[in-house]
Design a protein around this ligand. Structure first.
Ligand code: DP6
Length: 356
């Protein structure tokens, strides 16, 4: 695709305020390994979540400068410690939004999930901010189509954090080129589109907070270590093949096959961490306790519950809405004990970002 279509023209600055809420997402096929800049080594697929969101408001103020500037507030407090990450993001996208020069941005953000829950907020945060930027661009260029609006929002978000490209739309999105999906792209995520089995529209994700502290190795560092991982090439191939296998399952709703791929992806992601140089482990003993309990419960109760993991110790339990009652009892009686302060977050698959 010709990326020049994403370059907008510069225009005279206007006063503008907008607010967007963007969800977090949980990958079923994992993105782990990338090239410069933010081009994934394999395609990934995720469930967009519903209640774990970032809300961001941006006040765009015309300034007399030829550059842009911003202040970032989190939970109502000015947080200059976020500036380096935001500056990298703005530098990555400036070429595509030249109109940004001449503005001072007042950015105010907060998350619905607890700050130190071990849940990465970069996906929802970069998505919400990108949507605010696109909202002004749509105001400046009102002929923009809705499809272009969301595609460019995902494109910009990706340049902030790869997984953020998948936090714009719902309920299932795919980022990265795949031969069976003709419109798939390494530059932005696309919606699963027609044919998604309806069981997945209300799929549940209970996030068991095993460890709420900061991770010992960041995702950026983890991605970087894939450059020297001896299993990397096979892993990229495995992820692509798993996506090919998962796509028809997302249509048929064959949960037995769904579970096998989702759990394999989670453990393969962590296997990459354990085989990097230097090696590292983000799972905790309680992560494994929970996994074993889930396997026992699934065998004894014959219910289609499975787990996935992101780059941390927390466990995402995935199951159909129809089994919520039985599985809530299981969580409270047998899994809660492995969570830090007994805490977990009940979320489910959602429809994507909204303006508020
Ligand atoms: C394990 O998107 O956080 O959650 O592009 O460096 O910001 P950056 O990485 P990030 O990596 C996400 C890794 C993952 C898998 C996934 O969401 O696909």
């Amino acid at each position: 695709m010709n990326l020049n279509t994403f370059i907008s023209k510069a225009t005279a600055p206007v006063n503008f305020i907008t607010s967007w809420e963007a969800p977090s997402n949980i990958a079923l096929i994992k993105y782990w390994g990338k090239e410069h800049i933010q081009i994934p080594k394999n395609p990934s697929l995720s469930f967009t979540l519903s209640s774990s969101v970032t809300k961001t408001s941006v006040n765009f103020k015309p300034s007399n400068s030829e550059n842009f500037d911003f202040d970032f507030f989190f939970d109502g407090t000015l947080r200059p410690d976020f500036n380096p990450k935001l500056l990298t993001f703005f530098k990555n996208i400036e070429y595509y939004i030249p109109w940004i020069n001449g503005y001072k941005l007042i950015i105010k953000s907060n998350n619905s999930f607890p700050h130190s829950s071990g849940i990465a907020s970069s996906a929802s945060a970069m998505a919400a901010l990108s949507l605010c930027l696109m909202d002004l661009e749509k105001y400046l260029f009102p002929k923009m189509s809705e499809a272009f609006f969301y595609q460019k929002a995902s494109f910009l978000a990706r340049l902030g954090s790869g997984s953020a490209s998948r936090s714009i739309q719902g309920p299932v999105t795919i980022w990265g080129e795949n031969k069976t999906l003709k419109n798939s792209s390494n530059h932005f995520a696309i919606s699963f589109g027609d044919g998604l089995n309806k069981i997945f529209n209300s799929y549940q994700d209970t996030i068991l907070l095993v460890d709420k502290g900061a991770k010992s190795v960041s995702s950026s560092k983890g991605h970087d270590l894939m450059h020297n991982n001896p299993f990397a090439e096979n892993r990229f191939l495995q992820a692509s093949n798993n996506l090919d296998l998962l796509l028809p399952i997302m249509k048929s709703g064959d949960l037995e096959s769904f579970i096998k791929i989702v759990e394999l992806e989670a453990l393969s992601l962590h296997a990459m961490m354990m085989t990097s140089k230097p090696y590292f482990i983000l799972m905790k003993p309680n992560t494994l306790e929970i996994i074993n309990k889930v396997w026992e419960f699934r065998t004894s109760q014959k219910l289609p519950i499975c787990f996935t993991l992101d780059a941390g110790a927390n466990v995402h339990l995935l199951y159909p809405l129809a089994y919520k009652k039985d599985i809530s009892t299981f969580i409270d009686q047998e899994l809660k004990v492995f969570c830090q302060n007994g805490q977990y977050i009940s979320d489910q698959v959602g429809k994507g970002a909204i303006k508020f």
